[in-house]
Design a protein around this ligand. Sequence first.
Ligand code: PAF
Length: 288
Amino acid sequence: MSGQPGHTPIVVAEPRLMRDTILAACRAGRRIGFVPTMGALHAGHASLVEQAAAECDDVVVSIFVNPKQFGPREDLARYPRTLPADLALVGAKGATWVFVPEPSTAYPAGHATSVVVAAPAADFEGAIRPGHFAGVATVVCWLFNVVPADVAYFGAKDWQQTVVVRRMVADLAIPIAIEVCPTIREPDGLAMSSRNAYLSPEDRRRAVALHEGLTSAAERWQAGDAVAVVEKAIRAALRSRDIPVDYAQVVDTDTLLPPRPGAAAVALVAGRVGNTRLLDNIFLPPRP
Ligand code: PAF
């Protein structure tokens, strides 16, 4: 039953069959890892599947382009869909099952329930993309019901998403552990993202400014500079490559509120590179 590198995973579309399969594996004493995705998989997703395969007996990957987390003017229709390549990649990394639900099973006729996580979803992406995190939380809650795994793996690149999901899991007592895995980067530092595929060659070159800004922010942080100086370093890097800044802010890692003295923080950045919004962040360790 367990996935082996190079093996083709078992594709399941029916939620009930998926759930029954996972419950049977749990009853057999197997530890189940879950990697929720929207497909268009890259090395960042591959590393999540690899980590899940290293820590669990079986791995489920879901591939579902969730319409509810796209705004009316966003890129749902042109979001990259690469299922054959995705199946090959997750099979090679050791996935046992790939769950590919139809939108009509995630959102049956008459669907009327939304999961709204308030505080950590309010600012940053939540302010720029109203309704986005309700869409994320609603589908992730549904996925956690259909795939009752032991542990779910999320990438640190979407830091606010990880905070929102952890808040939801705690508040709704969903019995799943959340593991946040390091961001995987291109050689020049650009964080891997399915949206990088939209960048023109020139925009791709400019996009490195996000990582450059975060790196100098981390240096300023370590040097003991004020938060405003740390944030200014990020904005300056983006401005130097003509990238409009949506936000560049240092916040508490768990609440996304202003950082607490002596505690770890995270610097969040989002900018518009051509027509593509890119996000990134860097962990800032506690300082005296
Ligand atoms: O990060 C993503 O790919 C999506 O937001 C997620 C968690 C799969 C929910 O659709």
